[in-house]
Design a protein around this ligand. Structure first.
Ligand code: ZN
Ligand code: ZN
Length: 255
């Protein structure tokens, strides 16, 4: 496959040095975290597209109400400007404190299963409460507000352009391939920043992707110890994203 042909193939839509979601150029500055997205919002959009695509194709979206609620929750967070996972992370000692303080679901007295942020992102114990899974679901659902026309159009656009097509429209939408390539692309990006600063010619995006597809993932000189985009994962506790949440359980069903 020639680089030009690779670039035209919809599954390969990716531009080196640009946001993998919106294609805005990324700052060529080593001090900037070598992320593949321009913002946490773009990162969230791509994650949600992958989840949506997968859940639609394996039938969970049609058959599992928990998965539908999880998707609605994710979209609601997107429309609210992206989920602030780091701010909502609950430190282990605070978790323990809330669990021993509340003991049971503070709303119905049932088993305390999930820690809820009462309002906003603060993980101060005063803003946290223990709920059972059902009360937590119900609270999340109550907080949904109807989308504006503009927001509906945004979500419809994502669905039509990036969820419905059988072939992913962008590299970051490809659930299987993206897991593989992001580990390679992040250190690749540092290399590119350094090489660009030194005035070297860089491989085109199509060439990079073709090499990864050919299994030449470990390119010489690439430091693949860097993995900082994963640092915030798995630590947040609330609104369907935490390890003990309905969202995690829904995800765990087939992962
Ligand atoms: Zn972006
Ligand atoms: Zn309850």
């Amino acid at each position: 496959m020639t680089p030009a042909a690779a670039k035209e193939s919809p599954i390969l839509r990716f531009e080196a040095d640009c946001c993998a979601n919106c294609f805005e150029p990324l700052p060529n500055d080593e001090k900037h975290k070598p992320a593949l997205f321009c913002s946490e919002l773009c990162n969230s959009v791509a994650k949600d597209i992958r989840y949506w695509r997968k859940a639609l194709r394996d039938g969970r979206l049609q058959n599992d109400p928990d998965v539908r609620l999880a998707l609605h929750t994710r979209i609601a967070h997107l429309l609210a400007g992206g989920y602030n996972a780091v701010a909502r992370t609950i430190p282990a000692d605070v978790r323990t404190l809330v669990i021993s303080r509340d003991k049971v679901c503070v709303q119905c007295g049932g088993p305390g299963e999930e820690i809820d942020h009462i309002e906003g992102d603060s993980s101060d114990p005063g803003n946290l409460q223990l709920l059972c899974a059902d009360c937590h679901h119900a609270k999340t659902a109550r907080h949904f507000v109807p989308a504006t026309e503009e927001q509906s159009a945004f979500v419809d656009g994502l669905e039509q352009e990036r969820v419905m097509p059988d072939e992913p429209a962008q590299l970051c939408d490809d659930d299987e391939f993206w897991q593989q390539v992001e580990r390679i692309l992040r250190p690749e990006r540092i290399n590119r920043i350094r090489h660009a600063a030194a005035g070297y010619a860089m491989d085109s995006s199509a060439e990079i992707i073709a090499q990864i597809r050919d299994g030449k993932g470990s390119r010489p000189g690439i430091d693949d110890s860097l993995d900082d985009d994963h640092s915030a994962r798995g630590l947040d506790d609330d609104s369907g994203y935490g390890e003990d949440s309905y969202f995690a359980r829904a995800m765990a069903r087939d992962d």
